[in-house]
Design a protein around this ligand. Sequence first.
Ligand SMILES: *Cc1c(COP(=O)(O)O)cnc(C)c1O
Length: 390
Amino acid sequence: MTRRADPEIAPQSSGSAGLLTIDLDALAANWRLLRDRMGGPQAGGACAAVVKADGYGLGALPVARRLAAEGCTTFFVANVEEGISLRQALPEPEIFVLNGLLPGTAALFARHRLAPCLNDPEQVKGWLAFCTGSSPSPAALHVDTGMTRLGLDPEDLEELDLDAAHALPGLVVMSQLACADEPGHPLNRRQLADFAKIRPRLAAARASLANSYGLFLGSDFLFDLGRPGYALYGGNPTPSAGANPMRPVVRLQAPVLQLREIRRSRTVGYGASACTGPPAHIATLAAGYADGYLRAISNRGAVFVDGCACPVTGRISMDLLTADVTDALRAGIDIRPGTLVDLIDDDHTIDHVAERAGTIGYEILTGLGSRYRRRYLGAVEAALPEQSGP
Ligand SMILES: *Cc1c(COP(=O)(O)O)cnc(C)c1O
């Protein structure tokens, strides 16, 4: 797919910052696709949305408000602060806090109607005691079946008052898969078996096992509540199968600040790690590692003008990167100061950029810097009626 470079956008009010476009319609379509994998409400399957780390860097509030408007009624955040800010925007949905219940924070959870993911026996006892003293409040029991990170050991369940836990409203029993991105990994089946063993003891609880990848492992991994994050934001939940069933959500563009004609052989950037000689043109763009365009991409990745690849040449610096635009100019593409160049687009996704950087798309998303001008496509509250103006 080719796109016109749009030089008119950059020099306006934004000055020389990059432009981050977040497509809320694509996000909503991704959520609906994942919800349908859960069988939809008719089949009893529900799909939550994980919006921790500010919605994987894309803005937890616009993301969650749009998904709530689509019908998503359950959200997961990492910590209480994220939960409070989400609650202020969304009074209705249930909000689970993955990082658990630290001592002395139960009242804070209750005040904002946040549900803790109870990760060890002390947290379970603490929450049950708090609920006895006030009122039974929702929570999740997080059982560790293979991450050794957060969660109760299955043996911990023996010493707990599961009847009391079972009586909590809206109880969820959950676990997290360690290797769901590798469908053939034997740990997937082992974790599934261990999780299935626990479930009858908390029969009334909603069971939740699948993250983005888990939703594509087979119907026995689905249980009652899907818990995707990455795939909502366009990440590929089926990396071993190749084609990405999700719609891209993110487009990242940076303006050209300067176009250099190379008239004699010279080195480019810190460390003189690249050389270029005439005839060549180097464009300097307003994005660097401080904007989350990782330094590991130096001399490895490419940026795109009108779909034409321009290799990243030389080291990426804090605020700038340099790209060889010789071929694009030769192809007749107009490049000048202000021209917006694609760093991430529909054809060069977060997964592609991550591969170039030797990391995962999660790190690309959550590392997106704060300097970009952010533009949201699609309504934030699609299903809600227009608000009447004052
Ligand atoms: C982050 C997280 C998820 C979402 O995982 P994705 O791979 O982004 O779909 C689900 N469950 C838990 C416990 C998590 O920490």
